[in-house]
Design a protein around this ligand. Structure first.
Ligand SMILES: NC(=O)c1ccc[n+]([C@@H]2O[C@H](COP(=O)([O-])OP(=O)(O)OC[C@H]3O[C@@H](n4cnc5c(N)ncnc54)[C@H](O)[C@@H]3O)[C@@H](O)[C@H]2O)c1
Length: 295
């Protein structure tokens, strides 16, 4: 079954990335957010990204206009009623996601698949708040969504085989390579990534290396395209802390316990690129310098 109408919940970094990916794959997308401001900002981001692709010769002006014409936005959640597929990409907070599920369940078509892009919250738990948990699945995208080809499809205890098959096929429609994960904390990728990022924070706390040295170490030593500190700045330190808290509380192993430095940076509002300051300071001219206050 080919998906025609997608409803995305949350016009943030991930929600708009998913929307951009979908509209350029020929799918009609409605993005829902609680504020009009987020939707305006989100639409502008997608238009700017596509405009850059036109300048680089990756797409034509006509195909860009065509893609943009498939993007709608709304602050009315019942607009999900025509969607074949729903992806929730609101903040990483279990209570919030549960309240969204309960709301969506009132309006979604009976045969629509409902999914969450959660990085850490149990798919089985979220599904249990729906009338039909067999139609609920985890869809964990990677940022920036239009550029990273991986999609983790997460099977909750109640997710049906048919839902998994349709989700894998939708992933292909979006041009993704899918891997299937059980509903374990952190799924496959974050289970490995989170302890590595935490170690990078500990290295800063102990003064073992500088911000740039730690990033260079992983870029050049292991051929990672980004170092851990620049990566967490892109993901958002608040998102990373929320994910670590879930992994630590569910698994209990101290390797998942968030470094104090991460907690302090989030408390200070130093969330990475989105606030202009994280492990690096992001300047208006597009350059960045290491945040020396941390050392
Ligand atoms: N940032 C990443 O790299 C990354 C990667 C994979 C998965 N995720 C997951 O994706 C989800 C979103 O993360 P993000 O980085 O896009 O966050 P974000 O903070 O950039 O965006 C969240 C958006 O949700 C909106 N929102 C808040 N409450 C809402 C509600 N009740 N209903 C609808 N929208 C609401 C906010 O206005 C905001 O626009 C999280 O679950 C996160 O764990 C993030």
């Amino acid at each position: 079954m080919s998906i025609k109408n997608l409803f995305v919940i949350g016009a943030g970094f991930m929600g708009m990335g998913i929307a951009q990916n979908a509209i350029t794959s020929g799918i009609h997308v409605t993005v829902y957010d609680i504020t009009e401001d987020s939707l305006i900002k989100g639409r502008k981001t997608v238009e700017n990204m596509l405009q850059k692709n036109v300048k680089k010769g990756k797409m034509t002006e006509a195909s860009m206009q065509d893609a943009v014409s498939r993007l709608n936005t709304t602050t009315v959640i019942s607009d999900c009623k025509d969607a074949d597929f729903i992806i929730e990409a609101a903040p990483e907070n279990e209570g919030l996601k549960i309240s969204i599920m309960e709301e969506i369940d009132k309006y979604a078509k009976a045969d629509a698949i409902i999914s969450s892009n959660t990085s850490s919250i149990s798919i089985t738990t979220l599904a249990s708040h729906l009338k039909n948990p067999s139609r609920f699945v985890g869809m964990h995208f990677f940022s920036p969504v239009p550029l990273l080809n991986l999609l983790e499809v997460v099977k909750g205890l109640q997710t049906s085989k048919q839902t998994i098959e349709e989700t894998l096929s939708f992933g292909e429609q979006l041009g993704k390579v899918c891997i299937l994960s059980k509903d374990e904390p952190g799924f496959i990728v974050n289970r490995m990534l989170i302890p590595m990022l935490n170690e990078a924070f500990f290295l800063i706390e102990r003064g073992v290396g500088s911000i740039e040295e730690i990033d260079l170490g992983m870029r050049l030593g292991l051929n990672h395209p980004m170092g851990p500190l620049e990566l967490v700045d892109m993901i958002g330190l608040d998102v990373e802390l929320a994910v670590m808290e879930v992994l630590y509380s569910e698994i209990g192993d101290p390797k998942y316990r968030p470094a104090v430095l991460l907690r302090r940076m989030v408390a200070a509002g130093h969330l990475g690129r989105k606030t202009g300051r994280g492990f690096y300071i992001y300047h208006e001219d597009g350059t960045r310098t290491p945040n020396l206050d941390l050392l």
